[in-house]
Design a protein around this ligand. Structure first.
Ligand SMILES: Nc1ncnc2c1ncn2[C@@H]1O[C@H](COP(=O)(O)OP(=O)(O)OP(=O)(O)O)[C@@H](O)[C@H]1O
Ligand SMILES: [Mg+2]
Length: 385
């Protein structure tokens, strides 16, 4: 029997809990030639939503070119991948590919080679050595738009971790990519990203090029009413069932972050599997499982902790001890021995390095851990002020 709880990889459409509306919105954008920003915290399931929508769009005959900008150290490499996609999916035949690619991407001086094993093309760009990176990307998108128009197919460009494009290419890239995207009639665009503050600013600040370029869809937590039956169903046929309090404990300790929910459920399932039959799993059992899990990940958490400054460590403890609000209040500042400006700088740094994230809640900002299990590690290993 294989463990029914999966974490760390992108899920396919049939494996998703909830997210039907999000998948529909992305699919609609792909089919209508629209522009959409999918924005959400890390590990909330953005990539899985993109994948599920892409599967459905492809089944309906569309061509979906999906890339994770983080996987490409330079914009030049991302541009190359897009041209290779075009050769594979938009030229009609291997024979015609060379000529069509020259026609659409001539300024990039592309050289194509065909790999018969996986029937794909790889590309080098002669212009890469002498051209600015953001210009390469814009030329690649322009060429794609031309080819999409000529092919008569619905074509969607999906760029995951889109904020990387702007981080790599800077302000120049932001302006130029926007101008290109805006002028393309034959392509749909879906941009997704996880640095919520950065992407929200990029798309919500009137002074930035991407302001109102497309609609925005924020990915939130999966409703518990959907997660509960999924968790319980996973334990059907296992030596122990999952008690109601155990279900709540998993969701609470994982703070509803889908990755963490699946990871903790996976670990609970594996434990039950190896220890054999008994009564239903309880809240205390789940806590034991989590303690074991963070002990195993101790080297990772220790390293993260030791890289923080003293002020960052204190403010992290404050985030965990409170519900992430009121961190600038006098009693908290006094308890943790931090002046307000130091607390602010430290929290900003925690967000920047991806230890904490900000969540807008009822008009105020709440700080939360990106990895809620870090809190369990802290409570085991670190003494609080
Ligand atoms: N709809 C869902 N139903 C069940 N589990 C989910 C769902 N979405 C995400 N998960 C869990 O979260 C994990 C990470 O999902 P995914 O990679 O799609 O998230 P992400 O937001 O793209 O993450 P990252 O910020 O790291 O790129 C999945 O492997 C799965 O365990
Ligand atoms: Mg992702």
């Amino acid at each position: 029997m294989t463990n029914p709880f999966e974490f760390g990889r992108e899920l396919s459409a049939s494996e998703l809990v909830d997210r039907a509306d999000e998948v529909d919105t992305v699919l609609q954008t792909m089919e209508d030639g629209g522009r959409l920003f999918l924005i959400g915290p890390r590990r909330f399931g953005k990539t899985s939503i993109l994948r599920a929508a892409a599967e459905r769009a492809r089944a309906g005959g569309a061509v979906v070119l999906r890339h994770n900008a983080e996987a490409y150290p330079t914009l030049s490499l991302l541009s190359r991948a897009l041209v290779a996609d075009a050769a594979t999916h938009l030229t009609g035949s291997i024979k015609k590919a060379g000529q069509k690619i020259q026609e659409a991407f001539g300024v990039l001086r592309p050289q194509l080679s065909y790999n018969p094993l996986d029937q794909s093309f790889s590309v080098s760009l002669g212009a890469a050595a002498s051209t600015d990176e953001e210009v390469l990307l814009v030329e690649a998108l322009d060429g794609l738009d031309k080819l999409a128009g000529a092919s008569g197919k619905r074509v969607a460009v999906v760029i995951d971790e889109f904020q990387q494009v702007v981080e790599r290419g800077g302000v120049e890239a932001e302006g130029q990519v926007r101008a290109a995207v805006q002028s393309h009639d034959h392509l749909a665009y879906v941009f997704a990203g996880s640095k919520t503050a950065l992407l929200s600013e990029m798309t919500g600040d009137p002074a930035r090029p991407f302001y109102r370029l497309g609609s925005r869809l924020f990915v939130g937590p999966i409703p518990r009413d959907d997660f509960r039956p999924f968790l319980q169903a996973g334990f059907e046929g296992a030596p122990r069932s999952l008690g109601d309090d155990a279900v709540e404990a998993i969701l609470d300790l994982a703070e509803d972050v889908p990755y963490n929910v699946q990871r903790l459920a996976h670990e609970c399932w594996a434990t039950v599997r190896s220890e054999g039959a008994d009564g239903p799993l309880t809240e205390a059992d789940v806590r034991d499982v989590l303690d074991r899990l963070v002990r195993r990940d101790d080297p990772f958490y220790t390293q993260t902790w030791n890289r923080l400054t003293a002020a960052q460590q204190k403010s992290l403890l404050a985030v965990v001890a409170t519900d992430g609000t009121g961190l600038y209040s006098r009693p908290i500042l006094r308890q943790y021995g931090l002046p307000l400006s130091t607390m602010r700088t430290a929290l900003d740094a925690l967000v920047r390095i991806g230890v904490a994230r900000e969540e807008e809640a009822r008009g105020s900002v709440r700080h939360r851990l990106e990895d809620p299990f870090f809190a369990a590690w802290l409570s085991q290993y670190v003494v609080r002020p």
